[in-house]
Write a protein that binds this ligand. Structure first.
Ligand code: SF4
Length: 163
């Protein structure tokens, strides 16, 4: 979904978004029932916890010695084992859908250097003309992907009142 902003090679060389530390452990991917089923087939030993009405997160047994947790679906050699069927929030990352004062906002994860280096006008145009509506529509269908607002994430777009 972000090929107009991010080159695949850039993501392949980084994969920061598939690693988490104590601060952003809340940002592990939200797995729909369908994605959880695929993940379970790929990773028979994986365990999950419920999130919201009908979604799941990976159960995280412990952080490693460097206070890091790598998504179990990350294959260091090939990237995400789910390929194009990765969770929705991974498809739109580093954009995130959050809720602030009862209203949804699209924010930008501060740790993605490649997208944060782009002019903010480019990001706003992309969201307004291409991705924003898709994100709000998905959140309407599956509210489990909406996270509470985190003040470190700049807000780029508020959900229009009329949607
Ligand atoms: S599901 Fe795939 S893209 Fe998402 S964090 Fe895990 S490895 Fe990365």
């Amino acid at each position: 979904m972000l090929t107009k902003l991010l080159r695949r090679e850039t993501c392949a060389a980084c994969r920061q978004c598939c690693h988490f530390d104590s601060y952003d452990i809340w940002d592990t991917p939200v797995l729909s029932e369908e994605v959880r089923y695929k993940a379970q087939k790929l990773l028979p030993d994986a365990e999950f916890v419920s999130k919201g009405e009908r979604s799941y997160l990976f159960r995280i047994p412990a952080m490693d010695a460097d206070d890091r947790f790598a998504c179990p679906l990350l294959d260091p050699a090939v990237g995400c084992m789910l390929g194009t069927e990765k969770p929705f929030d991974c498809q739109i990352w580093p954009f995130c859908i959050m809720e602030l004062h009862g209203r949804q906002v699209i924010t930008l994860a501060p740790i993605c250097n490649a997208v944060n280096a782009l002019p903010v006008g480019t990001l706003l145009r992309f969201l307004k003309e291409e991705l924003g509506e898709t994100i709000f529509a998905y959140a309407e269908k599956d509210p489990d992907v909406v996270r509470p607002y985190d003040a470190l994430y700049p807000i780029l777009l508020w959900r229009p009142q009329e949607i």
